[in-house]
Design a protein around this ligand. Structure first.
Ligand code: UT7
Length: 338
């Protein structure tokens, strides 16, 4: 990491999940799948789905409000908003601008960031640079995705995997030795075709043909993404620890991207961690893409599983292909409210 003037740390978190639950049993009625296959191959039991009227910003705003309250920051005080998402309300304006307006954060700059399921870690990294240089005093970072809106509900290879949600974190300058101790980001654009939504951009604008051919939905080569994920989750975690001058024995808690328990188990093994030190919630939510890591972080924090001075590794992989890891020295007491 380049020389930093000031360290950024997380001073508040929040999350928002749609109420509607879709179980594996219900999915059995929609596509040729089984609860047993989904559980054993992915770990997912159920997921949350946004209703027809709910878009990314509708989940992002309550998550942001909770994070701001937790941090004791008013909307007017927010200086920067970054929304990591691949399912924005609209291609433009950005979802970050919609969130800025709805929060009344009129003094904040706002933009979206797209890095697939690694989005939140990319956004955290970008926000921390602004804080480290002193350009901004704080930043609101949100990871939100509503993948149910772009999943092909006839494709059993993908529709069983995903869920909707939003997670948020507020960053501020913190004393040296606290907060973000290391960051590692990576990308391999040659893997783009392995996980994408082919139409709806300038390459293949929406047409009757693209809609008919279901090109506005998630296309994925699951086994190839799986192999990449198993390798990169461990590698990225070790890289970020090395950068922070920490050993894997010093890791107190791991918050991995919640895509598949088999992928998480591989990363856990690579780091030599016991299962109690790894947060897993994908059985309840599925893969929430950009929201996966911040929702897991918020839950683990509220459950009191993360304590002050814990060294926490966040790690994710996603479309792009992208990957990223961050290591934090956690500086918050568990909140009193649940
Ligand atoms: O955040 C990034 C997003 N992407 C990911 O994280 C995905 C990473 N990949 C994976 O998690 C796994 O590759 C999957 C869970 C997607 C698939 O598991 P897999 O062990 O790689 O299975 P597979 O794709 O090799 O398919 C094995 C079999 C196939 O049947 P045949 O050809 O062996 O007869 C599939 O057709 O399982 C079948 N299958 C299903 N069966 C029941 C695929 N999906 C399903 C399903 N229900 N939902």
């Amino acid at each position: 990491m380049p020389k930093i003037l000031r360290t950024a740390g997380i001073v508040g978190t929040g999350s928002c999940l749609p109420e509607k639950v879709l179980t594996n049993k219900e999915l059995e009625q929609k596509v040729d799948t089984s609860d047993e296959w989904i559980r054993t191959r992915t770990g997912v039991r159920e997921r949350r789905l946004a209703d027809n009227d709910t878009a990314a910003s509708d989940l992002a705003v309550p998550a942001a409000v909770q994070a701001l309250n937790d941090a004791g920051l008013s909307p007017e005080e927010v200086e920067l908003i970054i929304v990591a998402t691949i399912t924005p309300d609209t291609i433009f304006p950005s979802t970050a601008c919609l969130v800025q307006d709805r929060l009344g954060a009129r003094n904040a700059a706002a933009f979206d960031l797209s890095a697939g399921c690694t989005g939140f870690i990319y956004a955290l990294s970008v926000a921390s640079q602004f804080i480290s240089t002193g350009a901004y005093n704080n930043a609101l970072v949100i990871g939100v995705d509503v993948l149910s809106k772009i999943v092909n509900w006839e494709d059993r290879n993908t529709c069983v995997l995903f869920g909707d949600g939003a997670g948020a974190a507020v960053l501020k300058g913190v004393p040296g030795g606290k907060g973000l101790l290391g960051l590692h980001l990576g990308a391999d654009g040659s893997g783009g075709p392995l996980l994408n939504m082919p139409a709806g951009g300038s390459r293949l604008p929406a047409s009757i043909e693209t809609v008919k051919n279901k090109l506005h939905t998630v296309h994925m080569n699951g086994p190839e993404v799986f192999k990449f994920a198993v390798r990169i989750m461990g590698e990225a975690s070790l890289r970020v620890l090395e950068q922070a001058g920490l050993t894997k024995e010093e890791v107190d808690f791991l918050i991995p991207h919640q895509a598949n328990t088999r992928i998480i188990d591989a990363a856990t093994k690579r780091l030599g961690l016991s299962k109690e030190k790894v947060y897993v919630n994908l059985e309840r939510y599925g893969n929430m893409s950009s929201a996966s890591v911040p929702v897991a972080l918020d839950e683990a924090y509220r459950l009191g599983l993360i304590k002050r001075d814990y060294k926490i590794v966040l790690v994710a992989f996603g479309a792009g292909l992208t990957w990223g890891a961050a290591v934090l020295n956690w500086d918050l007491e568990p909140p009193e409210r649940s």
